[in-house]
Design a protein around this ligand. Structure first.
Ligand SMILES: NC(=O)c1ccc[n+]([C@@H]2O[C@H](COP(=O)([O-])OP(=O)(O)OC[C@H]3O[C@@H](n4cnc5c(N)ncnc54)[C@H](OP(=O)(O)O)[C@@H]3O)[C@@H](O)[C@H]2O)c1
Length: 289
């Protein structure tokens, strides 16, 4: 039996869909009943929280493999460590951990938190597979679509840095294979997408697919910091995002290699395919009405 945690989240939901489609025996973990009702038909659900340590043994009953993911929050290290300890106690045979690009060599921001969990997992001796993905295609909708819809512009401080975006559905396909263990056991996979894109090149692609002019506005990092704080984002998150941006602007986000296509056994989903599918997200409400 496979347990998919974070089943309401961006990547966890995609992993659940992939596992459910595969026909493997599985259950999905949620924190709220409102989200659990959205599980695919036939998926057994369990509602709990990594913080509620006393509930985790029941959640893990009959479970052999766990896909472990948590939101990028400061408590991530403690929360995922709780689950790893519960897995060890419950005799789970394999954990697929959703980490992040940079966990191998960047001692700041989200990657440093993920690295602590990776080290914790390895210290237990539990069989594992670690996935360290680059930025998700889905971030483009989450973070850039609102100002694109309103103003035809998205803002950041990435300069000419490149990012090899990948689709969470491709991460999910790799996770589903890794949950079976086998050749993937003991492996750490750094997952990059098929094309290194500057934000200016990304703006051109969004324009093409949305059928309207879209521009990327490069702003100083301090202006970005102030804009995020003005929007009400907590200081820890603003610091983590800007530190992560330093990692990408230092040239670490634009790698393209053959690992993802090899693991998938097909070509990965491109940014063009993603944008064609979600083009409506970038049109103004008036234009799409
Ligand atoms: N975005 C990227 O480009 C990117 C790239 C590389 C790596 N990552 C990493 O990928 C991970 C997942 O990202 P995402 O965008 O899928 O995050 P997400 O949408 O926030 O999903 C996180 C999931 O974790 C669950 N969760 C949060 N706190 C929990 C708790 N205390 N107990 C149990 N479950 C809990 C959430 O449940 P609720 O819905 O109830 O909150 C949600 O289902 C993050 O750790 C991030 O650092 C992201």
């Amino acid at each position: 039996m496979i347990l998919v945690t974070g089943a309401s989240g961006t990547v966890g939901k995609a992993v659940l869909n992939e596992v459910a489609r595969s026909g493997a025996k599985h259950k999905a973990m949620y924190r709220s009943a409102d989200e659990a009702v959205k599980a695919p038909t036939g998926t057994q659900t369990v509602i709990t929280d990594f913080a509620k340590k006393e509930t985790l043994a029941a959640t893990l009953r009959d479970v052999d493999s766990v896909y472990l993911v948590c939101s990028p929050i400061p408590d991530l290290v403690q929360l995922e460590s709780n689950m790893i300890e519960a897995c060890l106690a419950a005799g789970v045979k394999h954990i697929v951990l959703n980490s992040a690009l940079g966990a191998g060599d960047y001692a700041k921001s989200f990657p440093s938190w993920h690295r602590k969990v990776e080290d914790k997992l390895k210290s237990t001796g539990l069989p594992f597979t670690i996935l360290r993905p680059n930025s998700f295609h889905q971030n483009v909708v989450t973070y850039f679509a609102p100002s694109i819809r309103a103003q035809g512009v998205f803002y950041s401080s990435m300069g000419n840095a490149k990012t090899s975006y990948l689709d969470v559905r491709d991460i999910a396909a790799v996770a589903a294979k890794a949950l079976a263990g086998g050749e993937h056991s003991g492996k750490t996979y750094e997952l990059n997408g098929p094309e290194p894109l500057t934000y200016a090149a990304l703006a051109e692609k969004i324009s093409k697919h949305a059928g309207r002019p879209v521009q990327y506005a490069d702003i100083p990092a301090e202006a970005r910091r102030n804009a995020m704080l003005d929007q009400g984002m907590p200081a820890w998150q603003v610091d983590a995002l800007l530190d992560l941006q330093d990692y990408y602007t230092s040239g670490n986000g634009g790698t393209v290699d053959q690992l993802l296509p090899t693991l998938l056994g097909r070509q990965p989903i491109t940014m063009d395919r993603f944008l064609a599918e979600f083009a409506g997200e970038f049109r103004s409400q008036a234009a799409s009405a």
